[in-house]
Write a protein that binds this ligand. Structure first.
Ligand code: SF4
Ligand code: SF4
Length: 425
C-alpha cells in the first residue's frame, strides 16, 4: 500500500488519520471474513479488492482522470449510473458504512442523525476517503430529510449536485422525476464535456443491466437448501458492486456463480444442517458495515437474502430496451428507478409485498428488520412490515443499531433467543 502514499497526498487525504483507518482494516477483515471456513475460491477476487480498497481501484480512477475522464460519486441507487457511464464517466458509490469517520461528523451534524449520513459526511470533512476526494462531483438526492440537509453542508466542502427524488409515485411525481433525470443528464454532460447519445446511453444501460443480471444469478444461488456461500460473503459482493469497474465486476460475479452452481450440484454447503435461514430487510448496509450479518451468522444462522439497496432493491430492476430515442431511453431509466420501494416513499405497500415474496422465494425461517438508529423511514415502516409478517406466521426480529460495536453482546443475546424460538417451532 505504501506505493500509493503520493497519490493519497495528492488527493488531499489526512495521511496520519488515513494510516489509522488502513491500519485497522486488515485485522477486522481477517476476523470477520478470512476466518470463515470453506469459502468459495471466487471470493479471492473480492478479498483482493478489499486488500486494495484505497489502492488499486483509486489508482484506476486517477488514471482515468489523467486521461481527461471524470469520476462521479453517489450515495443512493436513485442516481442513474448508466447516465454517468454514457458520458465516459466513472460512477462510484461513496463509503458510508464505517464508524471510523463518524467522530469527524459529530462536531457538525446533530448527534441524532443516522450513522450512514454521519459516516459519509465524516469521510469528507475528515479527509479520509480517497473516493470522495477523487470525485469531480458528488451527487446527492432528496430521499430522506437527514440526507438532503447533510448535502447542503457537504456542498460547503465539495462540488455537490442534488437530484430531486419524489416521495410519492403519482403521475405528477413521475413527471417531476423524469425532468430531474433530464437535468442530471445535462449536468453530467456539462461536467464531462461529453454529449450523451441514444447509442451511448443504450450501451451504458446494457452494461448496468448485465451487472444486475449477474447479481440476480449470484443471489439466486442462495435460494437452495444447501447454501454454497455465506451471507457475509454475499453481502460483500453486493457492496463491491457499487465501486468496482462494471465490466470486470460482472465477469467476476459470473465466474463466482459458476462455482456456486457447481457447489450446489455437489451439495457443498458452508452451513451446518438446520441453520435457520434469515432474510434481512431495511436500511442499507454500506461497506464496511458487516455488523448485523456477523452477529447473525456467528450465532449459527444463515443470511440468505437482503431486502436492501445493497442487495435486492438494487439488482432487481432492469431497464431493458426502449424505443431507441433519447427520450425513450431516459424514460425507461426513470421508470426503472421508481420501481425501487425505498421507505422514503409513501404509501409504500409494495415493499411489504416484496418482503413477503422474498421470504417465500428464499424459504426463510425468519426476518430480521434492520434499521439504523435515527432512520425514521425504515423504523416507521417496520410497523407495517412486522404486522404483515406476523399475519403470515413468519417470525420477525427488529434490530435498531448503529456502527458502534458496543451493543454487539446485547444484540447477540436477542438473536440467540430469536433463533431458539425459531428452532422450537
Ligand atoms: S434506502 Fe432509499 S435513500 Fe437509501 S440508498 Fe436506498 S433508495 Fe437511496
Ligand atoms: S439509513 Fe435511513 S436515515 Fe439513513 S440515509 Fe438511509 S433512509 Fe436516511
Amino acid at each position: 500500500m505504501s506505493d500509493y502514499r503520493q497519490m493519497w497526498a495528492d488527493l488531499g487525504l489526512d495521511l496520519e488519520k488515513h494510516d489509522l483507518l488502513l491500519g485497522a482494516l486488515p485485522a477486522i477483515y481477517e476476523n470477520i471474513y478470512l476466518s470463515q471456513e470453506n469459502r468459495p475460491e471466487g471470493m479471492g477476487y473480492f478479498d483482493f479488492v478489499i486488500s486494495e480498497i484505497h489502492g488499486l481501484r483509486v489508482k484506476e480512477l486517477m488514471d482515468h482522470k489523467a486521461k481527461g475522464g471524470k469520476v462521479i460519486g453517489t450515495y443512493c441507487v436513485f442516481v442513474p449510473e448508466d447516465v454517468v457511464l454514457a458520458a465516459g464517466g466513472v460512477p462510484v458509490g461513496l463509503c458510508a458504512g464505517a464508524q471510523f469517520s463518524i467522530p469527524d461528523a459529530e462536531g457538525v451534524l446533530p448527534n441524532n442523525t443516522c450513522a450512514l449520513i454521519k459516516s459519509s459526511f465524516g469521510f469528507k470533512v475528515g479527509r479520509t476517503c480517497p473516493y470522495v476526494q477523487a470525485s469531480d462531483l458528488v451527487v446527492g438526492e432528496t430521499t430522506c430529510d437527514g440526507k438532503k440537509k447533510m448535502y447542503e453542508l457537504l456542498a460547503e466542502h465539495h462540488p455537490t449536485y442534488v437530484m430531486e427524488v419524489p416521495q410519492k409515485k403519482t403521475a405528477s411525481a413521475r413527471a417531476l422525476f423524469f425532468d430531474e433525470i433530464l437535468h442530471f443528464r445535462d449536468r453530467v454532460e456539462a461536467e464531462t464535456g461529453v454529449r450523451i447519445t441514444p447509442d451511448s446511453l443504450t450501451a451504458a444501460t446494457s452494461l448496468v443491466d448485465s451487472k444486475k443480471t449477474a447479481l440476480q444469478r449470484f443471489n439466486a444461488a442462495r435460494k437452495v437448501a444447501s447454501l454454497p456461500i455465506s451471507g457475509l460473503d454475499a453481502l460483500l459482493v453486493n457492496q463491491v458492486s457499487f465501486y468496482d469497474d462494471v465490466v470486470r465486476f460482472t465477469d467476476k460475479v459470473n465466474a463466482l456463480s459458476d462455482e456456486l452452481e457447481s457447489r450446489i450440484k455437489h451439495g457443498q454447503s458452508v452451513f451446518s444442517d438446520g441453520a435457520p435461514r434469515l432474510l434481512v430487510a431495511g436500511s442499507p448496509m454500506a461497506i464496511p458495515n458487516w455488523k448485523v450479518h456477523r452477529v447473525l451468522e456467528d450465532s449459527g444462522a444463515a443470511v440468505v437474502a437482503e431486502e436492501s439497496c445493497i442487495g435486492f432493491r438494487y439488482y432487481n430492476y432492469l431497464t431493458g430496451e426502449s424505443d431507441g430515442t433519447m427520450e425513450g431511453q431516459l424514460r425507461a431509466i426513470a421508470d426503472r428507478l421508481l420501481e425501487n420501494h425505498c421507505a422514503c416513499f409513501t404509501p409504500n405497500e409494495e415493499r411489504v409485498q416484496d418482503i413477503l415474496n422474498l421470504a417465500n422465494e428464499y424459504s426463510v425461517d425468519g426476518v430480521v428488520q434492520y434499521s439504523l438508529s435515527f432512520c425514521q423511514p425504515y423504523a416507521n415502516e417496520a410497523v407495517k412490515v412486522g404486522r404483515a409478517l406476523t399475519a403470515a406466521k413468519i417470525p420477525v426480529l427488529n434490530i435498531e443499531t448503529d456502527y458502534n460495536d458496543g451493543d454487539m453482546g446485547q444484540m447477540k443475546a436477542r438473536v440467540d433467543a430469536f433463533l431458539e424460538m425459531i428452532k422450537d417451532r
